[in-house]
Write a protein that binds this ligand. Sequence first.
Ligand code: HEM
Length: 526
Amino acid sequence: VFSKGEWDRYSPIVAQFCTTALLSTSLFLKICGYSWINSFIETACFGAAWLCGLFLSMVVYRTIFHKLKDFPGPFSAKLTAFWAVKKSIPRLKFYQTVQKLHKEHGDFVRIRPREISISHPDAIEDIHGSRSKCTKGEFYDFHYPHRSMQMTRDVSFHSRKRKVWNKAFHPKALNAYEQRLRENCSRLNNLFERESHDNYPVDASGLFMYFGFDIMSDLTFGKPLGMLKTGKADSMVQKYHDVKEILGTVIIMPWIMVLLQNLPILRQETWKFKAWCKEQLDERRKMTPELPDFYTYFTDQVSSAAKDVAQDFEDNATYDAELAIVAGGDTVSCALADICYLLAKHPEYQRRLREEIDPLYHKEGEVMHQDLITLPLLNAIINEAVRLFPPAPGGLQRLTPPEGAVIAGRFIPGNSNVSTPTHTLHRDPRWFAKPDEFIPERWFANSELVINKAAFVPFSHGPNNCAGKPLALMEMRMVTAGMARRFTWEIQPGKEEECTQAFENQPDCFVVKSPLLPIIFHARTN
Ligand code: HEM
């Protein structure tokens, strides 16, 4: 039964069924004259025997008869996805395990009983491209029966919804957000100045988190959370940050996640974040913000959309708001911490960046984002940071169509999960020369160091790629240029090696969790 179809989202029902079956068997035995103790022991033996039979048949099926049996990979990975969980605990570095496996076994590796990781740039178009027949895998049933734009497997629903979202990231919309962005950048720099004085280090990762979530709240709910103003974390954001590693562990096996999510205690906890999003959204609906935000464009687009799209948008509004806050806030703050760390480690690029941006600031008036788009070094630093440390370093799960698909030249049977491991692709010497080194020039002056650009996928690729990519780039350009204009910065002396280790080994919680980054900021005097 379990080898047919998909079961992850039904794990609470399976658990309820098994518990009810065991309890009613005990009760039945008691009615038949057994003592309570004996009826429980008999039932436990019966349950254990059933489980042994189930697991034995799964082992035999997965190793001998499974359609993916010919793909190489560790024996335990073929048997159970618990192997991936074991490899991830405690430091959540499964993406590094996958990288090692590819070095050992080649481009195609069976990393879970039903999943093949494919580390070849050709697989990107074949799996994620607009003509691919692959769809999102079971992982994306996370909110089932609800759905956000990202957490849906319904292709037509996704593309209708994406049209609405795209309006909010159109160049016209981005221009309208510039004022809000500029205000938040300036608050961030003021906070750096306030917190880092007399050679006192600040945890820059923490302050970037304030920035990432403040700006996303500003653009989603019409007002920032106020963390950059007060210098203190919002309790909901802090909570999200604190449980991120737990989330990162359970999402490796979606059925456990679904099961836990439905336990009454945890259900209450996970619902708290959604309830908070709903509250903020309700407040936003009562406001008419002076400056446009996402909802200005969403509302515009939804009002002219078909009735069913508009209704659907309304029904899932909380899930989309949560998506914007998390997908936009978390990723950008991690990427900014990576940029700040890399520039602190390579001060010569801070100097060269200053030389690139200073002439802009000597012109009359404000420096506009438009002026930053064409700066070669600034944009190369951003590219190189998200290549070395992609905020989402793991493979994004997709499902092959029932008839199977040829991916990177090899046939993958139908209804199999496939993924392209972003970190592995970005660090592969076949696609990027000197892959572990920070060389921004590869993106402009030394293009021969980028051997195959198709392997560069920090924002994913195709119709499900990052909707917020233009905004993310805008934020990273404005923050990096603004920082370089006001400060020089360094890692706290004595902490350099610790930081290198921490940044090279960031825990992957779907989006990485940035490590502590003790930075000393010096106000520029020249
Ligand atoms: C450096 C920053 C960012 C990186 C590296 C990044 C990366 C990604 C990746 C890899 C995906 C695909 C996820 C998947 O297929 O499951 C994605 C999706 C998405 N991202 Fe980003 N992201 C960034 C910033 C942002 C920002 C600022 C927003 C703004 C709200 C945003 C909104 C979204 C949305 C809405 C999706 C879902 C798209 C869809 O399903 O059609 N992201 N992002």
